[in-house]
Design a protein around this ligand. Structure first.
Ligand code: ADP
Ligand code: MG
Length: 239
């Protein structure tokens, strides 16, 4: 329940910050309560919607995720993409830092992700969070900037593309460069069960907004980027 702000009007973002853990818990419980049949049906509907997106159709290198914690499953999207010649990747947490640190001038945030290619022959191992990762040599891992499209998991979202993650800020750290250049690749599409939509998520200044969210029921084309961000991305006179 939102507490009324003492001087009236909108509660400050700090209020939302305090409510985040409780909201994450509720949304995670709801999606974990879905039956295997509901999850399978959602995964099929999701893939059908994603295939209609120009951002997906035009992308050759696509990151998605190995399903975990009741998330909507992009497995059908993966299978279709591999069968149609797209290159697919999954995020790697465990060895991302080690790989980045082996490059002397690269000092990433401790939670930044790298991306490992998934092929028909991939072997997987579970990382420290219990999520499967393709086993790929550290020097073959890609940075987010090298991908055309990232399909992101999320815990909650709103109609403006604000995203609530699991609380590790992994994608925010990985995509921090998009703050200064929102139109730079990769394009960002969040995937979720419809039940994960909430009225409003107060973004923190480190949160990276999503251009689109796809659920089993519909596609949300989120609001245009704020003019201040768009202006920074495209200086006057540059198109
Ligand atoms: N750029 C940042 N500056 C300061 N704190 C940060 C930054 N990025 C992440 N954090 C920390 O990470 C925590 C999780 O970030 P949050 O965006 O809530 O996670 P998620 O994106 O996984 O939902 C925050 O509560 C904050 O303490
Ligand atoms: Mg965040």
């Amino acid at each position: 329940m939102i507490q009324p702000h003492p001087i009236g009007g909108e509660p400050p973002p700090t209020n939302f910050r305090r409510r985040k853990p409780e909201l994450r818990k509720r949304l995670r419980q709801q999606r974990n309560a879905l039956s295997p049949a509901q999850q399978a049906q959602a995964a099929i509907a999701l893939a059908e919607r994603i295939k209609t997106l120009p951002a997906f159709q035009h992308s050759q290198s696509i990151a998605l995720y190995m399903v975990n914690d009741g998330e909507i499953d992009p497995g059908k999207v993966l299978a279709w993409s591999l069968a149609h010649g797209k290159r697919c990747y999954a995020p790697v947490v465990a060895r991302a830092r080690a790989a980045a640190l082996s490059k002397p001038r690269c000092q990433p945030h401790k939670n930044s992700l790298r991306f490992a290619e998934i092929t028909a022959h991939s072997k997987f191992q579970r990382n420290q969070l219990g999520i499967a990762e393709p086993l790929v040599a550290a020097d073959e891992l890609l940075a987010a900037e090298q991908l055309d499209l990232i399909l992101l998991p999320l815990v909650g979202f709103d109609g403006h593309g604000n995203r609530l993650g699991m609380g590790g800020s992994f994608y925010d750290a990985t995509l921090a460069f998009k703050k200064a250049a929102p139109h730079r690749r990769p394009q960002l599409v969040g995937l979720a069960h419809e039940m994960q939509r909430v009225e409003k998520i107060d973004a923190e200044n480190w949160d990276i907004p999503l251009a689109t969210v796809v659920t089993e029921q519909r596609i949300y084309h989120c609001a245009e980027l704020p003019t201040s961000q768009a202006a920074r991305a495209r200086p006057p006179g540059v198109n």
